[in-house]
Each structure stands twice: as C-alpha cells, then as structure tokens.
Design a protein around this ligand. Structure first.
Ligand code: TMP
Length: 214
C-alpha cells in the first residue's frame, strides 16, 4: 500500500499535489497501526515496505462504511447540528456513514447497515464500533505526547481475504483525522480544505514530530 503526495477534498472538487505528504502519512499511519496491533486491534499491517512511502498489508474485502469517531465538535458535525466548533464531548461519539461518493456518503444506523443494506452482521458492526472506540483512545494518547489534540477521525475496516477476520484497513493519518495544537491551530487536511496555510509545511512539521519521537 503506497501513500502518495496527491490530495483532494470536497468529493474530488479540490485537488493538488503536496510535497512530502505521502512520506508523512505513511510514517504516521505505520506508527499508529503498529501501536493498534500492540494493543490487540487486528489490522491489515504486515511490515514496512521497500520505500518510505509504502507498507505491506494483508488483502481484505472492504466493508463500505466510514466509521467516524469524535472527541470535539468540528467539521460536518457542527454544520449538521448548528453548534460551534470546539465543544468537548463527555464521551467519544461514533458515527457510521455508507461509503458511496455518488450518494455523498450518507449517515447510516447500525441496524440499517445490518438489516437494510446487508453490509455486515450486527455482531460485526458491534465489533467495529468497539474497535473504533479503542483505536480512538490509543490515537488520542499517541498525539497527546506530541502536544496535539485528536479532535476526530475516520477509519475503515475489511474482512481478511485469507482468514475471514475483521481487520482495520486503509490509513490513520492527518488526511483522515483532525489534530489541533493548544491554540486550536490545525495540523491536518483542514489546512488544505480551508486554505489555512502552507499544506506542505504542515505535513513536514508532523513528520518531524513523529520521527523525533520514534
Ligand atoms: P467531517 O467532520 O467532515 O464529517 O469529518 C470527520 C472526520 O472524518 C475528519 O477527521 C475527517 C475525516 N474524513 C475523512 O477521512 N474522509 C472523508 O471523506 C470525510 C468527509 C471525513
């Protein structure tokens, strides 16, 4: 699996190439997937790849769900419920959306996913939810050490083609989560989405932080 320097937002309406992004995303995602594995979360990660952009992963049949965990209100949550960004939740919240760009990835309940669309069994969706909670806690601790607050994140799961096991797939990177410093400054893809500054420099800062603490 290779991380590239390509970046897009708004269903591909906004696109660019960001120098060094692939390197940063691969380094962060690899560090986190190793941490998840150490903490008992089954993942697709096998080992580092032949270059700094890649990793070897297990083949999986992807479950068409985006699983979104939130600690703090931001992004679409604020728009949907008309609340200010920055509200700290009492507990992490988990939402599911049905992964289909042409439909705009609509939100879906566990029972609608299980019994309406036959996406996965209710037991598998319960496992996904439990894993997502644990992933969120692990990632929150990981970024806290670097002085960054994990605001929210998106993860995806699949079924291991060989073993039939539910595994965490895709990536966990600044492209798929929100990270704020103590002043609320973004260190993630929002810098690109919302034109908040130099995107390449932001990803470079993140790479330096992770490499220094390796
Ligand atoms: P949202 O606030 O736009 O719903 O995003 C919630 C989290 O999910 C945020 O960390 C960014 C991430 N995300 C993706 O990784 N891919 C996507 O397509 C979307 C919409 C969000």
């Amino acid at each position: 699996m290779e991380s590239t320097d390509r970046i897009s937002a708004g269903n591909g309406e906004k696109r660019d190439v960001v120098d060094g992004k692939g390197l940063t995303n691969n380094a962060i995602s690899t560090a986190l997937f190793k941490l998840f594995k150490k903490n008992g979360i089954p993942t697709h990660y096998v080992c580092e790849g032949s270059n700094e952009f890649s990793k070897v992963v297990r083949k999986a049949e992807m479950i068409p769900l985006e699983v979104i965990g939130r600690f703090i209100a931001a992004g679409s949550f604020c728009k949907r419920y008309n609340i200010p960004s920055g509200k700290v939740f009492k507990e992490m919240t988990i939402e599911f959306s049905y992964k289909d760009d042409s439909l705009g990835d609509p939100f879906i309940s566990k029972t609608a996913a299980a019994y309406g669309l036959d996406i996965a069994s209710e037991e598998t969706l319960d496992d996904i939810e439990n894993y997502a909670f644990y992933i969120g806690i692990c990632a929150q601790d990981f970024f806290k050490e670097f002085g960054l607050t994990l605001v929210d994140f998106k993860v995806e799961f699949g079924i291991d083609c060989e073993t039939g096991e539910l595994i965490l797939c895709d990536e966990f990177s600044p492209d798929t989560c929100r990270l704020w410093d103590k002043d609320g400054k973004s260190y993630d893809k929002d810098v690109f989405r919302k034109n908040l500054g130099n995107v390449s420099e932001t990803y470079k800062v993140l790479l330096d932080i992770v490499q220094e603490n390796k």
